[in-house]
Design a binder for this molecule. Structure first.
Ligand code: PRX
Length: 681
């Protein structure tokens, strides 16, 4: 499955000195380790587990599973019966056993240049213990769900680890999501408490987060789900600054900051923390106890609460972080993802902390106050490992080389990307301009569901091909299937699936195991189905070709077309809506919406603006439609199914529509074509 030989030509390597002291220095070594990980996963992962603290050892098989729906319930268990605590492993173990108490865990950099602070492992441990005591005092117990809706501040890490310390389950909602998205998630996961903040800046835009949180809580109340406690971090309010771990914002008045306060529900983070002890015994949990729920878009519309459990996730994020970024003790690592996404969970918080790494935690944007911000920060913190998304690279690439080259970037050793396929042009720019042709690029393919990287190069070992996620990580066995479910050998293209679990794979959809089984395991019994298409080339390299379900990838974030459509049809003027992706030079894909209005309604700029606002308010700014087209009719088959392929082609302006003989009324296509939205300038 892994090729014996890798090609000599048309591949790229990073600087040869990276091999010195690397965890996996050569392709031969990768192959050996890979074979061991497949032939004897229990030994492979068992060796990794030795680095961690176990209160008691596992009792059953190291990794036990069923991936075949025809043989019964789908399950994966890793180290069942063992007891441990992930917070203890990422903090106490580092402070006490590994003597890393004085090492910086995070350099925090705020939205505004000059807003900065740092926190050591010992300080982080104390802050987490204090907040865990606060949560306890508010009634949070093992197994309870806690919603967290915070910007990128150190306190976000503190809140998540405090939950983990108590065995409570965190459900983090990206602070760019709307009030409605937050309330849906709070109710779906049955949270008993919300942690949020007064507000934050994104570039020069103030986000009044507490107002959104209050709207969400009101929606919950309206639906008979009252939430009795909300802890509010004062990030921008004046009184916040003394006890804040994320340094006070630069002296700036925030006249527009509004922090409505409901004394029955709201409590001030700082007041509670000031009164709490910095000692807190961890709650010893079982390996398969839930660690967190994180929502991801589902192709049927309603987001799915992806559930990850403790030990397997801990081992997997720790191992992938260590090997994929070839982590060394003196590294400074920076992952630009927000913790509200899986990349932030696994590669801002758990993976780096499990390795005792020093990271940069950045609140701001790559373009604020100017497009040099990232590279200025790379020099400032001497970042050696840098991990971002193709959409950010494409965005910065537009501004040319000068904003990059005015900084030295000589500390950089490894670059990474995640979230969507990286087009070769962006890859080459990242490699040659940002990394000065010295730094390998780890193009990491994975999903919220996979917990960690599943296809990825290893920086010192894998010859790279621009745009290919290359080969499987240890313990991962990919296959490519055709429509009939047959495994394809050699060069081929089809459905990307995995044949067996790795420790970090999701365990269920929270509250809906049936949906978990039908989404990922029903189409091809015996396999985990990713939902992505994939090509394997003659050299055995894997190339992700994109989603094969009705999901769109906008700036590295998955959105379901059904979710956006249902937000549109909730507007009283809209009778029907169909949403497709249109390629976008920076975002990867943009949202192109066709709307059919109800009788007597006319399409005009006011309605268009209302629809945009409606989607933004229902889902969040990332789902704001780029194009909305009036569609008097939609192309449907005789059985009434919308032909999305045709809509996609119209959105792209492709005149040759192929076979449309199955359409009930082909004249609608012509009308849609004539009225199609032109690309924005
Ligand atoms: O389509 C693939 C794409 O992102 C999807 C997973 O999205 P999400 O669960 O939000 O997690 C994103 C961060 C892990 C995948 O099904 N994707 C992710 N990474 C890559 C990618 N597509 C191609 N290459 C990648 N490196």
């Amino acid at each position: 499955m892994i090729p014996d030989k890798v090609p000599k030509d048309d591949v790229f390597y990073g600087a040869a000195e990276l091999q010195k002291g690397a965890h996996v220095p050569t392709f031969e070594k990768y192959k050996d380790m890979y074979m061991q990980s497949i032939q004897d996963p229990d030994k492979f992962w068992g060796d990794m587990a030795k680095d961690f603290f176990w209160k008691s050892q596992h009792t059953g098989r190291f990794l036990d599973y069923n991936f075949d729906v025809t043989k019964g319930e789908i399950f994966t268990k890793c180290m069942a019966g063992a007891s441990t605590n992930i917070c203890y492993n990422v903090l106490d173990r580092n402070v006490h056993d590994r003597k890393l108490g004085d090492k910086v865990a995070f350099h925090w950099e705020g939205n505004e240049p000059g807003d900065e602070s740092m926190v050591t492992y010992r300080e982080l441990l104390h802050a987490v213990c204090r907040f865990a005591n606060v949560l306890k005092s508010q009634g949070v117990r093992k197994g309870d769900r806690v919603a967290i809706y915070l910007p990128m501040v150190v306190e976000l890490v503190v809140a998540m680890l405090a939950c983990a310390r108590l065995g409570a389950v965190h459900s983090i909602v990206f602070a760019g999501f709307s009030a409605e998205s937050l309330s849906d998630r709070i109710m779906d996961s049955g949270c008993s408490l919300l942690v949020t903040a007064d507000g934050f800046y994104r570039g020069d835009k103030l986000i009044n987060l507490k107002i959104l949180a209050d709207e969400a809580l009101q929606k919950c109340r309206d639906k008979g789900f009252p939430l009795h406690r909300c802890i509010v971090l004062k990030h921008l309010s004046k009184e916040a600054h003394e006890t804040s771990l994320s340094c006070p914002p630069a002296k700036r008045s925030c006249p527009d900051l509004q922090v409505p306060w409901n004394p029955e529900v709201d409590r001030c983070w700082h007041a509670l923390v000031a009164a709490a002890s910095d000692q807190c015994e961890p709650e010893w949990c079982e390996s398969e106890d839930p660690l967190f729920i994180l929502y991801t878009s589902g192709s049927t519309g309603k987001p799915k609460g992806v559930l990850h459990t403790l030990s397997g996730y801990m081992l997997y994020t720790a191992a992938t972080f260590k090997l994929v970024f070839d982590h060394r003790p003196d590294d400074v690592y920076w992952c630009t993802a927000d913790i509200g996404w899986i990349t932030g969970h696994s590669y801002v918080t758990y993976g780096p902390l499990a390795n005792g790494a020093t990271s940069v935690l950045f609140e701001g944007l790559p373009t604020y106050p100017d497009v040099s911000r990232m590279w200025q920060m790379v020099d400032k913190y001497r970042v050696s490992k840098f991990y971002t998304a193709p959409t950010a690279i494409r965005l910065l690439m537009k501004y040319g080389n000068e904003p990059v080259q005015k900084y030295k970037r000589d500390s950089l050793k490894v670059l990474g990307t995640v979230g969507e396929p990286i087009n070769p042009e962006a890859w080459h720019w990242y490699f040659s301009v940002v990394g000065d042709s010295r730094c390998p690029i780890v193009d990491t393919f994975w999903q919220t569901e996979t917990g960690g990287h599943v296809l990825t190069p290893l920086p010192a070992a894998t010859p790279m091909k621009p745009g290919s996620a290359t080969f499987p990580f240890f313990g991962v066995v990919p296959a490519i299937l055709n429509e009939c479910g047959e495994e394809l050998e050699g060069p081929s293209e089809g459905y990307l699936v995995f044949k067996q679990p790795w420790p970090g794979v999701m365990r269920t959809v929270y509250g809906n195991h049936g949906r978990f089984q039908s989404t990922y395991f029903k189409k091809f019994p015996g396999y985990y189905v990713t939902g992505d298409g994939c090509r394997r080339d003659k050299d055995g390299y894997y190339w992700i070709t994109g989603r094969i379900d009705d999901m769109l990838n906008v700036s590295g974030h998955l959105l379901s077309t059904a979710e956006v459509e249902s937000a549109l049809v909730e507007h009283e003027a809209v009778a029907e809506a169909a949403v497709v992706g249109r390629p976008h030079p920076v975002k990867g894909e943009s949202l192109y919406c066709f709307v059919t209005l109800g009788d007597g309604r006319t399409f005009n700029p006011t309605l268009e603006a209302q629809l945009r606002k409606q989607v933004r308010e229902k889902i969040g700014a990332i789902a704001t439609p780029d194009y909305i087209q009036d569609a008097p009719g939609l192309p449907k088959t005789r059985s009434g199914k919308i032909m999305r392929r045709v809509l996609r082609q119209i959105a792209r302006g492709e005149k040759d529509l192929g076979d449309i003989s199955t359409l009930a009324d082909s004249s609608v296509v012509e009308t849609l074509f004539i009225n199609r939205c032109q690309p924005a300038l």
